[in-house]
Design a protein around this ligand. Structure first.
Ligand SMILES: *[C@@H]1O[C@H](CO)[C@@H](O)[C@H](O)[C@H]1NC(C)=O
Ligand SMILES: *[C@@H]1O[C@H](CO)[C@@H](O)[C@H](O)[C@H]1NC(C)=O
Length: 286
């Protein structure tokens, strides 16, 4: 087939260009520089059975195993992220809403990490993708929360706000949502509140989580110190309003409290509670 000659094609191009420029832009690729880096490479230390080391360590101190194809090729991932962001939800898992705001607020940075995490987890189909442990996304999320908490604390201190009362904190303390001692394995581990990549409950110490009343007392101490008392470099803020960002900050304060109540990094894993599930639900509403 022959193409139209240049002379007969040119007016058509102008017409089309004019028409296009009057249509509002409804779809734009994400700013790739703002897409969180994986922070890790695929194919590390293969077991020979398709599993490789992930970016994070499990409770046994060893790297969590992930498929050797994870994290995926970056270009494939960015394409999928673009499509999901344009749709406003994860195309392979439509009930999961996402957004990709481009400003530097803590809430927007968390929304971007969340968009990256759910894109990763559903890359090949509903719930079929790469585990988040194949990347440093969760550590990045913690660092963003921490920086946000530190900023909020500085703002409070410079506004000379009075300390919160125990009753104010207890009233808004996130619920742990789970009880210790489920389905003991006989080796000190029990089921946690969330499932791992294999669809089975993750294992947590049978003493986790603590009961809510005990937990609330640690939370009160941390909130009024402005940091985890047992791990002072980890900032804690506890804003009292109902905004999603403030609810997220309170969940973060609870996670940090849970993870550090016995000492720096010593406490209960977040997965021994429903706090991560509550956090994910809030991130969807950003
Ligand atoms: C956001 O933060 C990054 C890194 O701190 C900085 O390079 C960038 O200029 C900031 N952007 C805005 C819009 O403030
Ligand atoms: C996703 O699909 C690609 C292409 O078929 C495949 O190479 C990759 O191993 C899959 N990843 C996972 C985690 O299922």
């Amino acid at each position: 087939m022959e193409f139209l000659s240049t002379s007969s094609f040119a007016p058509l191009v102008i017409l089309v260009a004019t028409a296009v420029s009057s249509i509002p832009i409804t779809r734009r690729d994400v700013n790739e520089a703002l897409a969180p880096p994986f922070g890790f490479s695929s194919g590390v230390n293969p077991t020979g059975t398709g599993d490789c080391d992930g970016a994070v360590k499990g409770t046994n101190g060893q790297p969590i195993k992930v498929p050797c194809s994870c994290p995926p090729d970056r270009t494939t991932f960015i394409q999928e992220l673009n499509e999901n962001v344009a749709a406003g939800h994860v195309i392979n898992n439509p009930s999961v809403q996402i957004s990709f705001p481009e400003d530097n607020s803590t809430a927007s940075q968390l929304a971007r990490i969340n968009a990256a995490i759910v894109t990763l987890q559903n890359l090949n189909g509903t719930g079929k993708g790469c585990p988040v442990a194949s990347t440093t996304f969760q550590a990045q999320e913690t660092a963003i929360n921490n920086a946000g908490a530190q900023a909020a604390l500085s703002a409070r201190q410079s506004a000379l706000s009075p300390p919160l009362t125990p009753a104010q904190i207890e009233a808004l303390a996130p619920r742990l949502g789970f009880t210790a001692g489920q389905n003991p394995s006989g080796t000190g581990n029990c089921d946690g509140a969330v499932n791992g990549a294999d669809g089975q409950p993750v294992q947590v110490p049978c003493t986790c989580p603590p009961d809510q009343t005990t937990f609330d007392q640690f939370l009160i101490a941390n909130v009024n110190a402005g940091h985890a008392v047992n791990n002072p470099s980890v900032a804690v803020s506890f804003p009292l309003d109902d905004s999603i960002a403030s609810q997220l900050a309170r969940i973060d304060a609870a996670i940090v409290t849970l993870q550090n109540f016995d000492g720096p990094g010593q406490g209960c894993p977040a997965a021994s509670s429903t706090l991560l599930t509550q956090q994910a639900a809030l991130l969807q509403q950003l």
